[in-house]
Design a protein around this ligand. Sequence first.
Ligand SMILES: Cc1ncc(COP(=O)(O)O)c(C=O)c1O
Length: 389
Amino acid sequence: MSRQTDLLHKGSRTAGKHDAPEIEPIYLTNAFNVSDLDELDFVYGGGGFAYNRTSNPNRSNLGELISALEHGDDTLITNCGMSAISTALFAALKAGDHIVSDRTLYGETIDLINRILGKMNVEADYCDFTKPEEIRAALRPNTKVLYTETESNPMMCVYDLDMIAEIAHSAGAVLIVDNTFTTSCLVRPLDHGADAVVSSLTKFANGHGDTLAGSVTGSAEFIKEAYEVQQWIGTTADPFSSWLILRSMRTLDMRMARHCSNAMKVAEALERDPHVTKVLYPGLKSCPQHGLASRMMENGYGGMLSFFVPEDRAGINEFMHRLKYVRYAMTLGGPRTTISHPVTSSHYDVPEEERLKMGITSGMIRMSVGLEDPDDLVADLTEALKAFD
Ligand SMILES: Cc1ncc(COP(=O)(O)O)c(C=O)c1O
């Protein structure tokens, strides 16, 4: 089936055959009745449900859909993106192991690796994943995981996942990729050799800004290991959030197409604006990674971009006050366009020296381009940027 048909039809299992509702119900129960021990054996064999933490039809439905979209064997649905990342990393790493990550990760993933995995005696190194020689130089005999995002937050850097997967595998490590920014509509990391893909479904997959969830997709073997971690540290998503995300994902393809075309128009307009010194968007021909992005991204260049304005706090405040439609919010992937200021939000905890090495300055604004009329967005931004006159 095509992705569009999968999006609408996968994950539509309902419990009973009679009076089956057209839309899957929400199974708001913490346990399921079983009639006898034979039925319990059937449930334990994967044929049914017993307890909400171990399995629930709403998570199974969403997992089935995401497995189809990501081309993975199986998917776990977690209660947020961070728990998807921690579940996958705990499954792949143990004390004494080493992880190599791209330098420009989402700030809280860096915190997880340094502060939590670090406490568990997992060593970490960071380098530039666009440079194979840097990755190879960072490898050690105990390197077990290479970790990157499909498109980095907030640098909008894209990566040659096939090349990184080859380096990981030749070193006996696995490649885990965060697909939050691009979603399976644009990039399928497993098709490029990744061993597991994690996502914050809170963002574009949800697309309505009303709940949090995450996913881990991979081979049956990887997910078996990750399932044990999920059960024992308890990272499962609740039925209502799983239901909300499944409902939203039915329109993911259409929404992503609009996010992509709007972002392209906004990026082009920002590039022309005299108050903006630089725009980071892989769809721009001026982006040094445009060629790679065209190879890695299937249906557009995503809804995320960053741009640089003068490093003037009062000017940035004035710019924010002048914006009519575009609001500040510490999230992304929602229906409305939002901006954030990485230095004071996603990368607040990253030491200044590290942050500057990533290229994140106090004049950087990250934007999640929404579904509005793009001409209204451009007009709003153009007017507000006059704050820097
Ligand atoms: C790339 C990326 N991964 C993971 C996360 C964490 O997601 P959540 O907030 O759902 O835990 C975020 C949050 O912004 C993100 O941007």
